[in-house]
Ligand binder design. Sequence first.
Ligand code: MG
Length: 202
Amino acid sequence: MSRVHSQDVKLAVMDKLAERGIKIEDIAKIVFEMQHPYQSSLTIPHCIESVHAVLNKREVQHAVLVGIELDMLAERGKLSEPLQSLVATDEGLFGCDETLALGSVLGYGSIAVTTFGHLDKHKVGIIKELDTKTANGVHTFLDDLVAGIAASASSRIAHRVRDLEEQEEREQEERERKERERAAKSVNSFPPPAPELDENAG
Ligand code: MG
């Protein structure tokens, strides 16, 4: 059997998210809400870019495909009991939906984990729409997966902003060092100053 290319998996993930009514912009809006208090220059396009970067990760892609597949099978009554009822009714103590999504954020560190916990509790934006039991269809896994993607994209932004700040600091230090070197060189190229006269001498 030939190997499944990650780019094909990414396309399948994008198709599935669209099919389930999730726009990348919806996830980006959650990322913006999470990170804007810390990064005042943050824009929605930055957040969209970060969501795409997260969706390029295999572990995230696989979690999304598994979770959405289970939601869709439950929607069609295709799971065996008692799993069918647990997923279809979004049983509060089921927990596998949160665990799958939590696993997918671990590669993005502690900010992703704590942001995921926050989103799981407070249901921001599209997550709230998916979580309300009145919404059409079964979204037992999808709400957590969206929270996971948003949490990872938020953490990625937090780390990247710090990386850029540190890079800017290093570049500034390098510019200052070169400036000092240039100044020292230009001083050295002048004729040496005459020795100062000692007024107390003689
Ligand atoms: Mg859920």
